[in-house]
Design a protein around this ligand. Structure first.
Ligand SMILES: [Zn+2]
Ligand SMILES: [Zn+2]
Length: 119
């Protein structure tokens, strides 16, 4: 269908752009591409929960979207605050590796919650 939508997500703390979400509906898969402030591009494809994902995307309900894609898939949400923050507002960020492979990223949100940001 060639339908392509994108939405910019703004940091709840400072108002800077957190990510640009690009949504590519497809016959079989939905693909959400997001580019966050670290400039790395992530591609998430799914066949499950398509209708719910579409609804969450259009409402920019990022908590719902993140849960549907797998918790901490988007990589900028604090589940304690239920808010999303840019990379400058997350502090003490570090990557955890398991036997040499990236596992997840920990960080502290502006309200002092230490949590997994990206998994
Ligand atoms: Zn928080
Ligand atoms: Zn921020």
């Amino acid at each position: 269908m060639g339908l392509k939508e994108d939405k910019t997500v703004i940091c709840d703390n400072c108002g800077k752009a957190v990510a640009n979400l690009i949504f590519l509906p497809d016959k079989d898969d939905l693909e959400i591409i997001f580019i966050n402030v670290s400039k790395s591009t992530h591609h998430l494809k799914t066949r499950e929960n398509k209708l719910e994902i579409i609804k969450a995307f259009y409402k920019i309900d990022l908590i719902a979207l993140d849960k549907l894609l797998g918790n901490n898939a988007l990589g900028f949400i604090c589940y304690h605050c239920k808010k999303h923050y840019c990379s400058e507002c997350w502090t003490n960020c570090y990557d955890i590796y398991d036997e040499g492979y990236y596992d997840y990223t920990l960080g502290t949100c502006p309200n002092g919650h230490e949590c997994i940001i990206l998994d």
